[in-house]
Ligand binder design. Structure first.
Ligand code: ADP
Ligand code: RBF
Ligand code: MG
Length: 180
């Protein structure tokens, strides 16, 4: 029985060594944000906006390797829509993100999920809104951990990895806006 975690925070690069966007990237995802597993990700300081199961199960996403990715997301990209009463602000911009796609071995999920942590402080939740995500690179495979603390430490490392990787010219917000 595998009781040991796959790896704790082992030495790993802190920036993507792939320095231009190559296939299968960029991958564009767009769907509504739904309620997730309610595991208190937000309480850990890492809220994740979950995509619907039917969307995760669509053909184009099932062929994608599971693991942790980085790129940008945009919440309510088209601005005011049905039932949206708030004016647009910086929370509707292209914002850096990290995404987990897979089985969450730490929680032993039975379905493949896609959840995005947007690296931005939002004033309020955005359940029910459309979120567009532009996936630009792969960070690492999913792992199991000995403790929640180890999982959170690894996610925080992913966030730093994403921030650094997105500062490179080919990955700037300006460069990526031109792809959309
Ligand atoms: P759930 O289990 O419902 O997904 P979470 O604790 O993961 O709950 O919180 C996710 C929700 O928090 C998102 O659906 C979104 O409405 C909100 N949220 C607030 N800030 C962020 C952020 N920076 N990244 C992702 N979601 C955020
Ligand atoms: N879950 C895992 O079981 N293993 C992982 O390696 C893992 N990595 C993650 C990396 C990122 C950037 C994010 C946002 C989530 C990750 N998760 C992982 C999912 C995590 O278990 C989930 O978001 C929980 O709800 C956090 O409490
Ligand atoms: Mg979530």
């Amino acid at each position: 029985m595998p009781t040991k975690s796959d790896a704790s925070v082992e030495a790993r690069p802190s920036i993507d060594k792939v320095d231009k966007i190559v296939a299968p990237f960029p991958i564009i995802m767009e769907a509504e944000v739904i309620h997730g597993f309610g595991r208190g990700s937000k309480e850990l300081g890492i809220p994740t906006a979950n995509y619907p199961q039917e969307y995760v199960d669509t053909a184009s996403l099932t062929t994608l390797e599971t693991g942790i990715y980085y790129g940008y997301s945009m919440v309510n990209p088209k601005g005011l829509g049905e039932g949206k009463t708030e004016p647009k602000d910086e929370s509707n911009d292209l914002l850096p993100m990290v995404m987990s796609l897979g089985w969450n071995p730490f929680y032993k999920n039975e379905k493949r999920s896609a959840e995005v942590h947007v690296i931005h402080k939002f004033k309020k939740d955005f359940y029910g809104q459309t979120m567009k995500t532009i996936v630009l690179g792969y960070i690492r495979p999913e792992r199991n951990y000995d403790s929640l603390e180890d999982l959170v430490a690894d996610i925080n490392f992913d966030i730093e990895f994403a921030k650094k990787s997105l500062q490179r010219p080919n990955y700037s917000k300006e460069a990526i806006s031109n792809l959309l």
